[in-house]
Design a protein around this ligand. Structure first.
Ligand code: FES
Length: 115
């Protein structure tokens, strides 16, 4: 599932918070930052790149397990809060973006916090 992007003044509205209930993930296609992964870990929203750093799979098609996303292709795992690659075959982290929920919408600040 993908959502549309709306961007104003450095803040980017990615989706409605209701689109990503606890335990779910959503792929959001952006212009400048590329596809993003919005995930909800026990009520905490995380925004990372959606593309696996190993071989470019869409992580939104993988599994959300606790606070990790598992790649659907070769099963690398990434910490959604830090972007850290947790196991082979991925070694490079995901970019992580600051995100907040405002007025029921997920808003991201797309300057990279990590890469
Ligand atoms: S494409 Fe994700 S682990 Fe290989």
């Amino acid at each position: 599932m993908s959502a549309d992007l709306r961007s104003t003044g450095g803040r980017t509205v990615l989706c409605a918070a209701d689109d990503v209930p606890p335990g779910r993930m959503l792929r959001v296609v952006t212009g400048d930052a590329g596809p993003l992964l919005v995930s909800n870990v026990n009520g905490t929203i995380h925004v990372t790149d959606d593309t696996c750093t190993h071989a470019e799979a869409s992580l939104s098609e993988g599994d959300l397990e606790a606070d990790r996303v598992v790649c659907p292709v070769h099963w690398a795992e990434f910490d959604l809060a830090t972007g850290k690659a947790l196991c082979f075959p991925a070694s490079r982290p995901l970019a992580v973006y600051r995100a907040v929920v405002e007025d029921g919408m997920v808003v991201a600040f797309l300057a990279r916090r990590s890469a």
